[in-house]
Ligand binder design. Structure first.
Ligand code: GDP
Length: 229
């Protein structure tokens, strides 16, 4: 298997706290409850890695996970431990970006997070793929649109932006009945319109489901870009 180990490395609140940029990296962003943890577990064949966006008090961190790091055995490394990275040839980082969509955070914290996000996208030299998760049942929210805009403005050419429509197993009214997943024509149209309006018209859109494993291979196509860094 391509994935031998997934270990939590660190939670960062600024660029200085990010681990050394010594391997390729992919990041996942999306509103809370979009299905981010489920998707990452599906993609990595884990029942539950520490990739949990609901960890109390840690939701504003950028959580770094090392895939195929030489350091140790998965279960011996606990949340909060820092792994001294020693990388296998195909090692890469998966980064869980904070889930947005909760208006609860204080403005100062939101501002700090926005600034970190901006620096991360523009300055992280090993970032290869940015996955933006959007619920296939509802399509992009206003916040999703704002994130798209920011990404299209910030993204350097070496970062591939990919939109992943999650939960595409659900039965929805007027869904296009194909074997490639279920998403209504209205939602698909909304996705395309929002992309065009925010300058990301050429980004790939992947239909996915943690339940049926839909989209797994296509997502892996992009993970390989980080693994081959
Ligand atoms: P997160 O907050 O973005 O990490 O979201 P979770 O992965 O915790 O998922 C939120 C909810 O959506 C949970 O109740 C999941 O069981 C459900 N869910 C996640 N992925 C899927 C999916 O592909 N299909 C369906 N039907 N439900 C899903």
């Amino acid at each position: 298997a391509l994935i031998r180990r997934v270990v939590f490395v660190t939670g960062a609140v600024d660029m200085q706290k990010c681990p050394p940029a010594d391997r390729g990296e992919v990041a996942f962003i999306g509103r809370s409850n979009v299905g981010k943890s489920s998707l990452v577990n599906m993609v990595t064949n884990r029942k539950s890695i520490a990739f949990v966006s609901k960890r109390p008090g840690k939701t504003q961190q950028f959580n770094f996970f090392a895939v195929n790091d030489k350091a140790g055995v998965e279960k011996e490394i606990k949340y909060g431990d820092v792994v001294e990275g020693e990388k296998d040839a195909d090692s890469f980082y998966m980064v869980d970006l904070p889930g947005f969509g909760y208006a609860k955070a204080p403005d100062a914290q939101k501002q700090k997070w926005k600034e970190f996000m901006h620096l991360y996208i523009t300055k992280r030299p090993n970032l290869r793929v940015l996955f933006h998760l959007v619920d296939a049942r509802h399509g992009p929210t206003d916040e999703d649109a704002a994130i798209m805009k920011q990404i299209s403005e910030d993204k350097p050419p070496h970062v591939q932006y990919v939109i992943v429509l999650t939960k595409a197993d659900k039965n929805v009214k007027g869904a296009a009945a194909t074997n490639t997943g279920k998403v209504s024509r209205d939602v698909m149209k909304k996705v395309q319109t929002t992309m065009e309006e925010n300058g990301v018209a050429k980004a790939p859109v992947i239909l996915s489901s943690a339940q049926t494993k839909l989209g797994r291979n296509e997502i892996w196509k992009y993970l390989r870009r980080a693994a081959e860094f």
